[in-house]
Every structure is written in C-alpha cells, then in structure tokens.
Design a protein around this ligand. Structure first.
Ligand SMILES: Cc1cn([C@H]2C[C@H](O)[C@@H](COP(=O)(O)OP(=O)(O)OP(=O)(O)O)O2)c(=O)[nH]c1=O
Length: 190
C-alpha cells in the first residue's frame, strides 16, 4: 500500500494532477510568504517556495507524514510574473507574453523527517500575437486571476499557446512524470 502524503496546496489543479498518480493524500493548510527576495534568481525562487511550502506543511501536521509542496512561475525577459493583482497588471503581462517565448518553471519538493526530495521542471511556451480585444475578453472570462503569468494552458488560455517545449502537466502546476519519480524515491527510502 502506498503511503498517504500531505499536499500543501490550495490549488485545484495540483489536487487533480496528484490524483492522476493514484497517490493517497490529504490536504494540508499552510500560510507562507511568497515574495521574491531582492537579487534572487527565478529558479532559486521557485525552488525555495516549493521547499518552504513542503517544510511548512510537514511542520503543520507535526511530522505525521511526508508533505509535498509545489510552485509555478512564468518568466519573460528576466521578469518573474506571478498572479495578476488587477486588470491593468494582467494586461501588462499579456503584452509581455504576446508573440514571444517565455519560460514556465515548476518546482516540487517533498519534506519528510529532515530530508527533502526535490525536482525542477522548466518548459518554454510560444505565445500567439494577442490583440487588445483578445486580452480584454480573456480577463472578463475570470480565468486569469489565480494563475501565474495570468493564463491557464488547460483552459481558455490554451488558445494562445502555439507551441510547447517541455511538460504540459508542469505548466498546469504539477509535473506528472517527475512527481511520480519523487514518490517512488520516497517509497524506496521509507
Ligand atoms: C502558467 C499556468 C499556471 N497555472 C496555475 C498553477 C498554479 O495553481 C498557479 C501558480 O501559482 P502557485 O503560487 O504556484 O500556486 P497556487 O497559489 O495556485 O497554489 P498553492 O501555493 O496553494 O499550491 O497558476 C495554471 O493553472 N495554468 C497555467 O498554464
């Protein structure tokens, strides 16, 4: 029988993706500071957040079971795009992404008894040219608000993606192959 793990995530996408791995899990509530540190590189930032979420979750449940945390960021021209705070912020993001290639980094970490199992998955997403009308319509769909970079490849935002180099599930929020590998390492280590 597989070990039940904690999932330190409020993201419905991460819940669905972890379910696809047929992994028994329980949701763990955490509250972490997600701010980028001055001079911190994007890949260091996303990995630190995944690790911090996993460790905070492990502490929150008193170390009863391993806890998985993940984080996704969108990066273009060395700028990290988080979730849009308002429509103006969203429009600025879409103008940056329009007709360009950006990176999506997703980090996964599992904390268990002082140990950490970690993986970073980086993908490149080629965006179509976006008109002002397309951007305005997309904002009013309600989809962009809780998504890093302001779009969801798995939803309406999928129509903006011309080409993906990398992992689709990682862009959505949890890389299935790499997470499965981490869970197998965890089972072997227990
Ligand atoms: C780029 C992209 C992001 N996203 C989502 C994945 C993440 O849920 C979100 C990035 O924000 P995160 O801060 O990684 O995660 P979250 O706040 O939603 O959830 P939690 O910290 O509780 O685990 O953006 C998509 O759903 N589709 C996409 O194509």
């Amino acid at each position: 029988m597989k070990t039940t793990i904690g999932l330190a995530s409020a993201s419905p996408r991460r819940h669905e993706l972890l379910s696809l791995l047929q992994q028994p899990f329980e949701r763990v509530s955490i509250d972490v500071d997600e701010r980028l540190l001055p001079t911190e590189a994007a890949v260091d930032y996303v990995q630190r957040l995944a690790r911090t979420k996993a460790e905070a979750g492990f502490a929150a449940i008193g170390g009863r079971m391993p806890v998985l945390g993940a984080d996704t960021i969108v990066v273009i021209d060395n700028k990290v795009l988080g979730k849009p705070v308002d429509e103006a912020d969203f429009k600025a993001m879409m103008q940056l992404l329009s007709d360009k290639v950006h990176q999506v980094h997703t980090a996964v970490a599992i904390a268990w008894q002082g140990r950490l199992l970690e993986q970073l998955v980086s993908s490149r997403v080629h965006f179509a040219p976006l008109s002002e009308q397309m951007i305005a319509d997309y904002w009013h769909s309600g989809e962009p608000a809780d998504k890093a970079g302001g779009y969801g490849i798995q939803g309406i935002g999928g129509r903006f993606v011309r080409y993906l180099e990398g992992s689709y599930s990682a862009v959505v929020g949890l890389p299935l192959y790499e997470t499965d590998q981490l869970l197998q390492q965890l089972e072997a280590a227990k």
